[in-house]
Design a protein around this ligand. Sequence first.
Ligand SMILES: C[S@@+](CC[C@H](N)C(=O)[O-])C[C@H]1O[C@@H](n2cnc3c(N)ncnc32)[C@H](O)[C@@H]1O
Length: 321
Amino acid sequence: MRFIDLFSGMGGFRLALEKNNLECVFSADNDKHACDTYNLNFSENSLFDIITIDENKIPDHDILCAGFPCQPFSIGGLRKGFDDIRGTLFFEIVRILNKKQPDIFILENVQGLINHNKGNTFKIILDTLASKLNGFNYHSSNNENLNYNVFWKILNTKDFNLPQNRSRVFIVGFKDPEVMFEFPEPLKRTLTLLDILDKQPIVKKISDQSFEYIQTFLKNHKHYDIINKLDYLIAYEIRKSRVAFRYDNNSPCLTTKMGTGGNNVPYLVKQNRFITLKEGLKLQGFPKNFKLTNNYSAALRQIGNSVSVKLVDQIIKSILK
Ligand SMILES: C[S@@+](CC[C@H](N)C(=O)[O-])C[C@H]1O[C@@H](n2cnc3c(N)ncnc32)[C@H](O)[C@@H]1O
């Protein structure tokens, strides 16, 4: 089976689908740094702006994958949705689906997409894609509906044996109206945050000021006596006004914001250091041999942007069953 990798980033979808013997026939992302990483790992130039791609030139494929940009939809983002130019990138996917009519699509976005604009944004998406939803006939108000048999679910990376709290909505569509798709069941947890820590980490120094913020908020934390003893205590979103802590042996959600600087990178309190790039890759389920370029900030941004490979691996296995 052949697939295309839209908004391909550093290739999370591609790794998972190739692992299941599917062949990538086209990829596109307009971020030069992400494409450098992609090229390093897959020897393919994916640097295209999807807006400028002629859908007639995209090779035929069975599966379309797209982790489309989430900023306009995310709770942390601007919440402008379809009014924002990036919001309209969803309609670039629609344009390609409409022309190429692949049997299957897999879309991924932040959980906030489903509640954005009081649920209207998600309704527009479903109205555009679905004539059946989660096994039932769906009455779409869009005359140009693409007639897919659509299933969606929020899945969390930490339920798929990766120690990261990352909730994402996955939308899977089938041309075949008879398919009754079931999303994968959670996997048994065998990996914790402590298990994935580097033995010889390359340490980035924290500023004195940020260190102070962490200490101040930690001492005032209502569970200070307990969490202060934990080896897997993580501080994140380190600000003067607030520092968040996570203490369930999972990392918090890795985000694009990590690329903007240290205070947005999760900080291991007991180990007295930020998580490393290698650990970020492990938290997203990338294999050991995955290569990054030398651009530290761009690599952090790409890791935060990526889809969790192990989760997509489970989804594609459920699709291929
Ligand atoms: C959420 S990330 C997807 C990451 C990818 N799934 C992965 O596993 O690395 C969204 C991607 O869309 C890309 N993007 C945004 N606007 C684009 C456009 N007009 N054309 C192509 N790619 C675009 C961004 O550069 C970013 O890499």
